[in-house]
Every structure is written in structure tokens, then in C-alpha cells.
Design a binder for this molecule. Structure first.
Ligand code: CAA
Length: 275
């Protein structure tokens, strides 16, 4: 049962079928030490089984969405842990980075929605972790950036790849090369952030509302849409359209599609079997 996992660096809470994962390292603005990465991997690896039919009946099966956030109110995640990283050998840093990159893929490919609720600094690896989520919501005091060049580094947890997907090549180059930190409002203007909320309470409320909205849809369609969007990102237009065509056609005849379209015709709320 996910909620009862023993974690030293994460706070886990399940309420109304939503799992909140709070990175909790008050001494380092929630920086991603190897332990944080290992614990996040443990949580998201368990969550990956949600999409499998053989996991029906598992107590975690009822989880309909995940909110990823930071504890303490000052930071979402201030990046990879610089103090820990500087002593690593190339081999060690390769393993650490591979683990973190794989975690971002697990988040991105989860069948349920993941909302990053950014309530402070989302820098370096923190911004990269947020970008793996389906939506980034931010409080007004949030700040985003990829400051790695100031450390003689470059983004390593997907920043060189995903930032340009979010904001386009011009803004991505500018942000990565200058290392400039931007406030939530600017992050929203350039397309990194979907919504800005006045404070942490409103932020968490909005994240819950969005997950509830998604949870009212067909879960198999949501998972299929996530897969198709991700697959299309890596492909040229024509190949992407082909993926979409197949995934769209695969919906036909599924119990969820039968129920969703029947409910529309009968002017009632659908009750999706999730199949
Ligand atoms: N790693 C380790 N420790 C960190 C940290 C990090 N990324 N960010 C903050 N901390 C620690 C600080 O060292 C400090 O510890 P002490 O109290 O023991 O000195 C504590 O958290 C509080 O931080 P500050 O005193 O610096 O707080 P501030 O308000 O003055 O500044 C900040 C806040 C601007 C976020 C500043 O802490 C900062 O610049 N942090 C580093 C941000 C960064 O460069 N992130 C990228 C990391 S590299 C990376 O992520 C690579 C990758 O892509 C994978």
C-alpha cells in the first residue's frame, strides 16, 4: 500500500483517491539527493502497475491521480543535490542521472494524471521533474529556471529535451544559456506553466480539481491520450498522425467508448467501466 511506504525524504498522503507526494528535505530546499530519487522511483514504480489489468483489486488501484509538490513552502525542488553530486565519479553520476531520467519517463507514462504543484523554487532538476508531469500549476511565489551552466553543468534530468518541447527553441536556449530565473507569471506566459494560483491552498485545490475532472473521464481514454501525445512528440507529423489514427481506431468497441457514446446519446452522465 503506497501510503504506508517507509520514506525518509517523501511525505505520502492518499485522500479522495488522490496521492500527494511531497518532497521533504527541509535542510536543502528539497534538493534531489540519490535517496530522494530512489524513493520517488519506488513510489512511481508501484504506481506504474495501476494500468495493468492484473492489478485490479490492489488497494492502490483506486488512485486516480498524483500531485507532486514540495514541503516547507519555500521550494518545490531546488534541483539536483549539488553537495552530493560534486563528489560523484562519472560512473556514479551516470547511474544517478539514468535513474532520475528513467523516473521522469515513468511519471510521463503513468496511466493517471500527474500534476506538479510548484510552490516555490523549481530549479534545475526541480524544473525538470515538474516538466515530466502532465500539468504544471504554480503559486505566485514560484520561480523556475535551469541554472546549471552557473555550476559548470548542463541540465541532466531532461531539461535539454523537454524545455524546448514546452516553450520552443528560442525561449529554451535563452533560459538554459543564461540560467535566468523566471517568476510563475512569466513561466505561464511562455507556456511552461498551465495555471498560476495566489497561494499554496489555492494551488493544491486547483490541482485536486483538475484530477477530479480527469477522473470523471474514461480512464482508458485518458491513458491512451497520454500515450499518443507522448509518442507523437518524438515523431514527425505524418508518423505522429499514423500513431494517432491507430490509437483512435483502437478505442472503438471498447466498453468505455461504448458507454461514453451511449451516455451522450441518452443525455446522461457516463459510468465508465474503465475497460
Ligand atoms: N543542492 C544542495 N543543497 C541545496 C540546493 C541544491 N540544489 N539548493 C539549496 N540548497 C541548500 C543550501 O545549500 C542551503 O543549505 P545551508 O543552509 O546548509 O547552507 C539551504 O539549502 C538553503 O538554501 P540557501 O541558503 O541558498 O537559500 P537562498 O534563499 O539564499 O537561495 C536558491 C535559494 C536561490 C534556490 C539557492 O539555494 C540556489 O541557488 N540553489 C541551487 C539551485 C541550483 O543551482 N539548482 C540546480 C542544481 S544542478 C541540477 O539540477 C542538475 C540537473 O539538471 C540534474
Amino acid at each position: 500500500h503506497i501510503e504506508n511506504l517507509e520514506c525518509a525524504t517523501l511525505e505520502l498522503e492518499v485522500r479522495d483517491a488522490v496521492l500527494t507526494v511531497r518532497v521533504h528535505r527541509p535542510e536543502a530546499l528539497n534538493a534531489l539527493s540519490p535517496e530522494v530519487i530512489a524513493e520517488l522511483r519506488e513510489v512511481f514504480d508501484l504506481l506504474r502497475s495501476l494500468g495493468r489489468a492484473d492489478a485490479v483489486g490492489d488497494p492502490d488501484w483506486s488512485i486516480r491521480g498524483v500531485i507532486l509538490t514540495g514541503s516547507g513552502g519555500r521550494a518545490f525542488v531546488a534541483g539536483a543535490d549539488i553537495t552530493r553530486m560534486r563528489d560523484m565519479s562519472r560512473e556514479e553520476v551516470r547511474a544517478y542521472t539514468r535513474d532520475a531520467q528513467e523516473l521522469t519517463v515513468w511519471i510521463e507514462t503513468l496511466p493517471v494524471p500527474v500534476v506538479a504543484a510548484v510552490n516555490g523554487f523549481a530549479l534545475g532538476g526541480g524544473c525538470e521533474l515538474a516538466m515530466a508531469c502532465d500539468m504544471i500549476y504554480a503559486s505566485e511565489n514560484a520561480a523556475f529556471g535551469q541554472p546549471e551552466v552557473a555550476l559548470g553543468l548542463i541540465p541532466g534530468f531532461g531539461g535539454c529535451v523537454r524545455l524546448q518541447q514546452y516553450v520552443g527553441i528560442a525561449a529554451a536556449r535563452e533560459l538554459i544559456l543564461t540560467g535566468r530565473r523566471i517568476p510563475a507569471e512569466e513561466a505561464q506566459r511562455i507556456g511552461l506553466v498551465s495555471r498560476v494560483l495566489p497561494d499554496t491552498g489555492a494551488l493544491m485545490g486547483a490541482a485536486r480539481e483538475s484530477i477530479a475532472l480527469v477522473a470523471a473521464q474514461s480512464p482508458t481514454a485518458v491513458a491512451a491520450a497520454k500515450r499518443a501525445i507522448r509518442a507523437a512528440q518524438a515523431l514527425p507529423t505524418d508518423a505522429g498522425l499514423q500513431i494517432e489514427l491507430e490509437a483512435f481506431a483502437d478505442r472503438f468497441g471498447t466498453p468505455d467508448m461504448t458507454e461514453g457514446t451511449a451516455a451522450f446519446v441518452e443525455k446522461r452522465t457516463p459510468r465508465f467501466p474503465g475497460l
